[in-house]
Design a protein. Structure first.
Length: 323
């Protein structure tokens, strides 16, 4: 499908990078229903609310995961901790960093709702979008708790890992932003279902790609250390598949390595285990199948053709990214 007028492939792919995918899908969810904008500024403000929600989730997530970095820079709690330590203030620098990160995440979450509520679009449209935004907010918090709970229990089968993936990431990364944008444009319940049928499998494929990058990604591109997901003890779909299919000795080593510091040699060994179990290839096939399902659903949806073309490109970018 040709790239839409005024949109280079690089532009589309940059819009679907992890830092901006939610806003992009919200924007084109709106345009899918209402192609002719009357107030682009108001729509951009509404889309930006999803980026504030995302920023809030990242600040809290990095603290809960004890992550040191985010996109190649210190995680928020680490930055505040370093500031405290450098200034020689009283009290515990780590506690200060934790408190500041929690408060900043809360502030961003509040600002997200405020920005959407006062974006400038018609009140009845905003109310419809807010209902979905509130659902999205609840889902991502529930998904985060499921993730924390799974790691505490140190076990998760593939079905459980997929449930975590769906609520922590897939819905709030793509499905709900699409639906919020469409609701802001006055979409019918049928149109919302059609876009949801596109957005959910695409969101699942998006997060599965992220899971692969968490093990195989280049730190220079991802801004995270090599093998960051196993170090954090994440029980992803990839890990669950590997544990269920690996040789016993390999499965034990993989399971015991999760949540522990790993040097380069240890990360390389875990990659070998995941590859030899067939889990890496299995996840790649699943990404391909989910992306195909999403594009098929989009092809059947009652949406503007220009927006359909852009969303198709965004779908490709979201599942083939390297960061």
């Amino acid at each position: 499908m040709p790239t839409p007028p005024g949109w280079s492939r690089r532009h589309v792919r940059r819009s679907a990078a992890a830092s901006g995918s939610r806003a992009a899908f919200c924007y084109w969810g709106f345009r899918a229903i209402e192609p002719d904008l009357t107030d682009d500024t108001a729509l951009v403000r509404a889309c930006a609310a999803l980026e504030l929600l995302h920023a809030s989730a990242l600040v809290h997530d990095d603290f809960m995961d004890a992550s040191d970095t985010r996109r190649g820079r210190p995680a928020t709690h680490r930055a505040f901790e370093a500031e405290h330590r450098k200034a020689g203030w009283t009290g515990d620098p780590e506690q200060y960093g934790a408190a500041a990160a929690i408060l900043l995440g809360d502030l961003l979450l509040g600002w997200a709702g405020d920005l959407l509520r006062h974006c400038g679009l018609p009140t009845e449209r905003v109310d419809a979008g807010l209902s979905l935004f509130e659902l999205c907010r609840t889902e991502v918090i529930a998904g985060q708790f499921l993730d924390v709970s799974v790691r505490a229990r140190a076990r998760a089968d593939v079905e459980t890992a997929m449930t975590v993936l769906r609520y922590k990431s897939a819905k709030y990364s793509i499905q709900r932003p699409l639906e919020i944008g469409a609701a802001l444009a006055g979409a019918s319940s049928g149109q919302l279902r059609e876009l949801g049928a596109f957005g959910l499998p695409l969101g699942e494929a998006f997060q599965l790609r992220d899971d692969l990058l968490g093990v195989y990604g280049d730190p220079a591109a991802t801004g995270k250390p090599a093998g960051d997901d196993p170090v954090e003890g994440k029980r992803t779909v990839l890990v669950a598949m590997a544990l269920s299919a690996a040789e016993l000795a390999d499965a034990v080593l993989l399971d015991e390595s999760l949540g522990r510091p790993l040097d380069e040699a240890a990360v390389t060994e875990l990659r070998r285990i995941i590859d030899s179990s067939g889990a890496h290839a299995q996840v790649e096939r699943l990404i391909e199948a989910l992306a195909a399902r999403a594009v098929t659903a989009l092809g059947l949806a009652s949406v503007d053709e220009h927006a359909r073309a852009v969303l198709t490109e965004l779908a490709s970018a979201a599942t083939q990214r390297t960061v």
